[in-house]
Design a protein around this ligand. Structure first.
Ligand code: ATP
Ligand code: MG
Length: 347
């Protein structure tokens, strides 16, 4: 099994080193790793944020473990050369259309949530976000209205094949959990959402064991804060998923905790923390490595067929938190290394 390690910029390399230590402790040398630069690091080394050699490694690998990209030193570059283009390019080139973002409260961290502890404790959900369509990739531009006003426009479009494949991921994910799927749309207003809803209902016929319901996105946003315990799996489009998953992250505490998986048709995936390169704390040994460690666990479960090892890592993270280890974002003083050491000790 070959894993591509793409550490990237800022705290990316710092947290990926710790994820690697945890993987080594669990798997020994069962995995081969190859590392390549991406983002600002790749721009500085090779003149492009996603060099061919990095993309080729990502294609060859069974899975990709990604740190973060983003580099203030690249702010003045033209858009095609900016670090962020590397992750967009990887998603597009590899067809990574399904983004899975689990959000679960670690019981010990109820006080870190933006919600009241008794509400936060009920959170255990997965957001399945479509990643390669919607208003992000429709035609966009500027034009002038008949009255001579400047107008901007972005076309929102989904075809039925795009909806069907993300619907299947939603149902399959729900099937492995509590068998409840909530499809989030804005079908009272948007044609795209009406098609989305039609296709969800069609696909549901293949999953009679999963309970499907539908929520408008405005109501879903409210329910996520009011009573998040009602959700098991949420499936939604690119734009709504972007907004709801950031909202969900604050409901379970720190951005430094949440992992994600971006999967293609065959389950090959790219795994990354949801946080960015955090230039404000880079190089200081302060970053919380848990999102990266939990991303490695997701990689074992979804791409490498090692669910039991993933369970072990997640249990060790919970035990480390229960033992009191906390980085600064969680109100503690542990260094990146010390936080990972606590996980290793729990393993
Ligand atoms: P980028 O452009 O790379 O996405 P950003 O500034 O938009 O960067 P983040 O890098 O996610 O967003 O940082 C947002 C805030 O969260 C920063 O103050 C950062 O220090 C903090 N932060 C992000 N990740 C972590 C982490 N793993 N541990 C501790 N704090 C973090
Ligand atoms: Mg960011």
């Amino acid at each position: 099994m070959l894993v591509a390690l793409l550490p990237g910029d800022g705290i990316g390399p710092e947290v990926l080193v710790e994820a690697r230590r945890v993987l080594d402790a669990v798997l020994g040398d069962a995995i081969t790793y190859e590392e390549a630069p991406v983002g600002g690091a790749a721009y500085h080394a090779a003149g492009h944020p996603l060099p061919d050699a990095t993309l080729n490694l990502a294609r060859r690998a069974d899975a990709i473990l990604f740190g973060a990209v983003g580099d203030p030193a690249c702010d003045s570059l033209e858009r095609a050369l900016r670090p962020e283009q590397a992750i967009l390019g990887l998603r597009r080139a590899l067809g990574l259309f399904a983004n899975l973002r689990p959000a679960k409260l670690f019981a010990e961290l109820a006080d870190a949530s933006a919600l009241r502890p008794e509400i936060a404790r009920a959170i255990d959900l997965v957001i399945v976000r479509e990643l390669t369509g919607d208003v992000y990739f429709g035609e966009k531009g500027r034009r002038e209205t008949a009255d001579g006003l400047r107008q901007g426009y972005d076309v929102m479009a989904y075809d039925e094949a795009e909806v069907r494949r993300i619907a299947r991921i939603g149902f399959e994910t729900a099937r492995k959990r509590q068998r409840r799927l909530t499809s989030v749309d804005k079908a009272n207003v948007l044609e795209t959402s009406q098609l989305w809803r039609d296709v969800m209902i069609e696909v549901a016929a293949d999953y009679p064991d999963v309970a499907l319901d539908h929520l408008y996105v405005d109501n879903a946003a409210m329910q996520l804060v009011r009573a998040p315990g009602q959700f098991d799996v949420i499936v939604t489009g690119n734009l709504f998923g972007d907004i709801l998953s950031d909202q969900a992250s604050m409901c379970v505490g720190s951005i430094g905790l949440l992992p994600s998986a971006s999967l293609d048709e065959r389950g090959k995936g790219l795994y990354e923390p949801i946080h960015g390169s955090a230039p404000d704390i880079a190089g200081q040994g302060k970053a919380n490595p848990l999102a990266a460690i939990l991303s490695a666990a997701m990689m074992l479960r979804h791409s490498l067929g090692r669910a039991a090892d993933a369970d072990r890592i997640e249990a060790a993270v919970a035990a480390a938190l229960a033992g009191g280890a906390r980085t600064g974002d969680l109100g503690g003083t542990a260094s990146t290394r010390a936080m990972a050491d606590a996980v290793l000790a729990a393993l």
